[in-house]
Design a protein around this ligand. Structure first.
Ligand code: PEP
Ligand code: MG
Length: 878
């Protein structure tokens, strides 16, 4: 039988800090502190393995445990000099949970265990502090009843409040001995009345009840929910730490507090924390009494108990140096003596994480690779966008999906045109829509933020907003559209009213909440440079405008992995020409419209290629279903007919012709190019003309022409031939040389499975994992919102496959395509440009399968750089 109980105390611990899996984070931290000679009340840890065993046995302790606990307890008694259950010199215990990772507030704790009507008298005599003894007793009855007997806190708090009211006092500390004695009496009667049983007075029974309850709290609803959110497995279990009590509530030379070795909000190297005199742990957290800062103020610990503060300061310095990591500590001071109750690595903001990592390298505490691995890539999101001032008050009206991070403040407008008009007048606006369509793009572009009632994380609004780095809350079902206003939650919101969005949480907030701007220089810049040194994957961006390209470049992008040309077609200045092209009934007419588009596209491509000078730019030829360009309402149809001089009936007929039941699986991608080759020819000509112009101007460009939605080699063969011909024509005409590539997206299962054939005519592959996920799962990207959140919430899927790559299914197709593609064409350049290119877990996978680059929206470029470095460093460590 494995060892079940690990003792710690008086300079010796059975375990150590490395045994987090077995002893839990708290148990390992306590053992490590004891081994370091730091004062820790003696105790013992019952292992996580025993917790698993307990559940396996249907909630029964193994027979061997009793003996081990008894032995542990007698060692604690020996070290601490008291006796559990004795009236003369009672030893009291705390019983706390401690899983291998911290799960704040999720599981249970019991303090002052061992008290009953006799031991309380002993404690009173021994400490010569009867008030303290009864204060501890009433706390114990309440905690034990709540955690072990299932009689909630509120019953006891009601009695406590009634007592305070009767006495006309506000704080617990203002109650006298008499009050507390009466309270313990009424607490015990309450238990008897409500539970029809006496409160257990035998300390030994109390201990077993508490240990069982802590184990059971691993399977409490809130703990299960927490595990599900963080994807912690059930089999980890929790350890139980049984430890001698030390008291922060035994008088005015006693205190308790929590502290961090550095400021967890800013990362500043400064001992930071709060404490309360004459209090027990939960008082600090509960917020009934306001704790004081431990240093820097008149009533700080530093001033009130200088000797204890000095000792505590030295301990925290020592712990940080030992762990080489910012620590979050808990302490109690009993009659002037400092005792440590916990040490663990502290949670911190992204800003603090970066600063601490960089400063610890310059302090010689950690190495560059360690610093890189200390910052979670996803956390950087907080730094790249404006954020809401966390201290500002706010009235949250409703919650939607956190579709695109950051914060936005603006006045409500309800159409894209209004957005443009208001911004033209110098206003800042939030565009509120039922859902967005490509025709709203001009409004989205000028708005500070976007709020939609419908649509999921991959809806049009979400994808476009992320691409623009614009805050977006989508799928906010609590919005109701009325004539000229909207109802959001309980409030009617009129056009022009101020609204604040938090795209990182999905909150929709009434009024104006102040925001803070991102700062990408300093420590952030240093960390990013280190990340670049260690990563193997290249990072490109998905960008459709020179502005977005420049932003991405400033974030460190090394080229464009996807320029979606259809986004250029939606520009209000040119959409009518595009419509003319689509409505054309024969090729001649269509070519006329295309000729008008050519110079416009050439200018677009010139801007982008120039912004990315010296880097490759992958331009994808037109992809969307054509009917997306045709207006829907009669009024819009009539307006269009007037503008382009075509009859309404003709437009309607063409709209009918183009209508599709499943546009995502319809006439899009290279199917457009195959059936209307003149469209792709115009685009290729515009790309090569732009490249030629720039080459003549001395700008180095690397255009890469990408054919979308290829499923069969024949499609690519034809498109490639067309493209090559146009490229050669342009280069011959302009008498210049310019390197270019023609490649394809791999975004259909058939393309992946026949990648060897496709590679024979492709210079490069770029995985379109959005469509590949859609077509592998058979889940429409546009319609997933109806059921996918349920799937994820209820564990049918471990995570949303449109956000993080499904390694087993979609990932397997990626592996097959890489293997087959490279076999047919060694050295084939391969990247990914679906939304997964910015997701850290997916980037780990793309690194492992050996891609050359990932491409993501501009604001995710730094996240991808860091995630790629993590992937490399983790690989080296294995
Ligand atoms: C994809 O399918 O992954 C892709 C990048 O193309 P789009 O999202 O434009 O369909
Ligand atoms: Mg696609």
């Amino acid at each position: 039988m494995a060892k079940e109980v690990y003792f710690f105390g008086a300079g010796h611990a059975d375990g150590d800090g490395k045994q987090k899996e077995l002893l839990g984070g708290k148990g390992a931290g306590l053992a490590e502190m004891v081994n370091l000679g730091i004062p820790v009340p003696a105790g013992f840890t019952i292992t996580t393995e025993l917790c698993t065993e307990y559940f396996r046995n249907g909630g029964r302790f193994p027979d061997s445990l009793e003996k081990e606990v008894k032995r542990g307890l007698s060692r604690v008694e020996e070290v601490m000099g008291g006796q559990f259950g004795s009236v003369e010199n009672p030893l009291l215990l705390s019983v706390r949970s401690g899983a291998r990772v911290s799960m704040p507030g999720m599981m249970d704790t019991i303090l002052n265990l061992g008290l009953n009507e006799r031991t309380v008298e002993g404690l009173a005599r021994r400490t010569k502090n009867r008030r303290f003894a009864f204060d501890s007793y009433r706390r114990f009855i309440e905690m034990y009843s709540d955690v072990v007997l299932g009689l909630g806190h509120e019953h006891f708090e009601a009695l406590l409040d009634a007592k305070k009211k009767k006495k006309g006092v506000r704080l617990d500390t203002e109650l006298d001995l008499n009050d507390l004695e009466e309270l313990t009496g009424s607490f015990l009667s309450l238990v008897k009345k409500e539970l029809k049983q006496e409160f257990p007075s035998d300390p030994w029974l109390q201990l077993w009840g508490a240990v069982g309850a802590v184990f059971k709290s691993w399977n409490s609803r809130r703990a299960i929910e927490y595990r599900r959110i963080h994807q912690y497995p059930e089999h980890w279990g929790t350890a139980v730490n049984v430890q001698a009590m030390v008291f922060g509530n035994r008088g005015n030379d006693c205190a308790t507090g929590v502290a961090f070795t550095r400021d967890p909000a800013t990362g500043e190297k400064k001992f930071f924390g709060e404490y309360l005199v004459n209090a027990q742990g939960e008082d600090v957290v509960a917020g009934i009494r306001t704790p004081h800062s431990i240093n820097g103020t008149a009533n700080s610990l530093e001033k009130v108990m200088p000797a204890a503060y000095r000792e505590l300061f030295q301990i925290q310095e020592r712990l940080e140096r030992h762990y080489r990591e910012m620590q979050d500590i808990e302490f109690t001071i009993q009659n002037g003596k400092v005792w440590m109750l916990q040490t663990r690595s502290g949670k911190r903001t992204a800003h603090a994480a970066v600063r601490i990592a960089v400063e610890m390298v310059s302090e010689g505490l950690i190495t560059e690779p360690e610093a890189i691995l200390r910052v979670a890539p996803a956390q950087l999101d907080q730094l790249l966008h404006p954020t809401l001032d966390p201290n500002a008050p706010k009235e949250v009206l409703a919650n939607g999906l956190p579709a695109s991070p950051g914060a936005a403040v603006g006045r409500v407008v309800l159409t894209a045109d209004e957005a443009q008009e208001w911004v033209g007048r110098g206003e800042k606006v939030i565009l509120v829509r039922q859902e967005t369509s490509p025709e709203d793009i001009h409004g989205m572009h000028v708005a500070e933020g976007i709020l939609t009632a419908r649509g999921g994380m991959t809806s049009h609004a979400a994808v476009v907003a992320r691409g623009m780095g614009k805050c977006c809350v989508s799928g906010c079902t609590e919005i109701e559209f009325l004539a000229d206003q909207v109802q959001i939650g309980n409030r009617q919101v009129r056009k022009g009213d101020w609204l604040t969005l938090n795209g990182s949480t999905g909150e929709v907030i009434w009024g104006r909440v102040p925001t803070t701007k991102p700062d990408l220089s300093g420590d952030f810049g240093i960390l990013m440079k280190w990340a670049d040194k260690y990563r193997r994957l290249k990072i490109r961006t998905n960008a459709d405008t020179p502005h977005d390209s420049a932003v991405a470049r400033s974030f460190g992008a090394e080229g464009i992995g996807l320029c979606r040309t259809e986004h250029m077609f939606f520009d209000p200045d040119r959409i009518d020409i595009v419509r003319e092209m689509i409505l054309a009934q024969e090729r001649g007419e269509r070519e006329k419209a295309l000729a008008k588009l050519l110079p416009i596209q050439r200018a677009d491509f010139k801007g982008i290629l120039k912004a990315m000078e010296g880097f490759p730019v992958t331009i994808r030829l037109l992809d969307p279903p054509l009917h997306e360009f045709i207006p829907k309402t009669d009024r819009e149809l009539e307006d269009l007919a007037r503008r382009i001089g075509v009859s309404v009936s003709k437009i309607k007929v063409q709209a009918e012709v183009l209508h599709e039941a499943n546009p995502m699986l319809g006439h899009r991608g290279c199917r457009l190019g195959v059936t209307y080759p003149e469209i792709y020819r115009m685009q290729v000509e515009a790309i090569m003309e732009a490249a030629a112009d720039l080459t003549c101007e001395g700008v180095t460009v690397y255009p890469e022409i990408m054919i979308p939605l290829v499923g069969h080699v024949e499609e690519l063969k034809r498109m490639r031939e067309e493209a090559e011909q146009v490229c050669q024509d342009v280069l011959n005409r302009r008498k210049i040389k310019c390197p270019y590539l023609v490649g394809t997206m791999i975004e259909l299962p058939r393309a992946a499975l026949t990648a060897d054939e496709i590679a024979t005519v492709a210079d490069f592959f770029s995985f379109g994992t959005n469509d590949l996920t859609q077509t592998t799962f058979g889940i429409s990207r546009d319609d997933a919102a109806g059921f996918l959140p349920f799937y994820v919430d209820h564990g049918v899927f471990p995570k949303n496959p449109f956000v993080s790559i499904d390694v087993q299914g979609v990932g397997e197709l990626v592996r097959i395509a890489i293997e087959k593609g490279r076999k047919a064409r060694p050295g084939l350049k391969i990247g990914i440009c679906g939304e997964h290119g910015g997701d850290p877990d997916s980037i780990q996978f793309f690194h492992e399968v050996g891609l050359h680059y990932v491409s993501c929206s501009p604001y995710r470029v730094p996240i991808a750089r860091l995630a790629a470095a993590h992937a490399s460093l983790k690989e080296k460590a294995n």
